[in-house]
Design a protein around this ligand. Sequence first.
Ligand code: EPU
Length: 345
Amino acid sequence: MSQIVKPDFIQEYVSLKPHNSFRFDATARFYGQITHLYQLDLAVKWANANRVSICMLGEGSNLLLTGDLDALVLINNLKGIALSRSENFAELTVSAGESWHQVVTYAVDNSFAGIENLALIPGSAGAAPVQNIGAYGVEVKDTLARVQVFDRSSGELLWIDAKECGFAYRDSHFKGIWADKYFITAICLKLNLDCQVKVSYGGLAEGLPSQPSIKQVFDRVCEVRTAKLPDLKMIGNAGSFFKNPIVTNDEYQKIHQSYPDLVAFAFEGRWKLAAGWMIDKAGWKGVSQDGVGVYEKQALCLVNHSTDRADSLLKLEQDIKLDIKQKFGVVLEREPVQLGKVPLI
Ligand code: EPU
């Protein structure tokens, strides 16, 4: 170990069970909560000097922990929301450790439009750009102006324009080429002061007036999500476990011939297939095995009923992927980010 002294707030051998929404148990060799930016600077300098790798977590709601981490795990707990207004827009600068749903609630309470469809998505504001969270026809990239990052090698803070971040369906540079380069410390959202809401996503408009308010859309999204998705407080899960696969028109036509009731949406010249529909059709909905299962109301969501380790979930994932490949010829891709060694299953 180098001359740089380990900062006091860094602890050793800490369980990450409270820090991942699947509630799997794994131990962090080093662990620290970041509530001020100077702590991030201290922690990174110490880790870099001692060749300790670093993982930054928010609320761990898109995370699959498969084993202990021989690393420094930092929990991003940076808080604060700052507001600035122009004639047509409200800009919210939000620290990364704020809870995403609280940000949506703040925007809706102040009649700022653009993120009401993203209500009740678990996780922190800083995690939102990583997988470009999306629901009910809206993605965070639609309102994101820029992202503040901490450069892990230079220690600099810089703002990156949203256009530079490589956003795509459930994807960004933060998951790819920038995964080891930056930590997200804040985001800036540009929200509309006009009430322009989007309710074209299947079923969302049901029960709403023809020109719903931001609050009505928010309430409707909360209602639909609560009915379909498991409550994180009651049952471990990470939302959608698989991405909806995107296929060419030829591939789509082939599957459609065998399954005329296939649910799919035209997407940028190709087709996005409803993976939940395929898993459901293949008979997996509600299935439980070895303490884990497929949620009974949404087949895209895998749940942890009663286990501390991810092994049985990995087995279930493997079984589902194989079955979907055999039945539909489609390879499902996992959505949550995996950390930890891969156990032999
Ligand atoms: N479907 C079934 N059976 C199921 C699940 C879905 O037949 O068990 C059918 C539905 O009836 C519907 C279609 O599949 O016709 C799509 O279902 P849904 O509207 O529930 O959306 P999804 O494609 O399963 C995606 C996102 C969700 C997001 C919803 C709403 C991904 C990977 N998931 O799910 O995001 O909330 O749309 O926009 O794109 C998440 O990422 O964690 C997440 C929950």
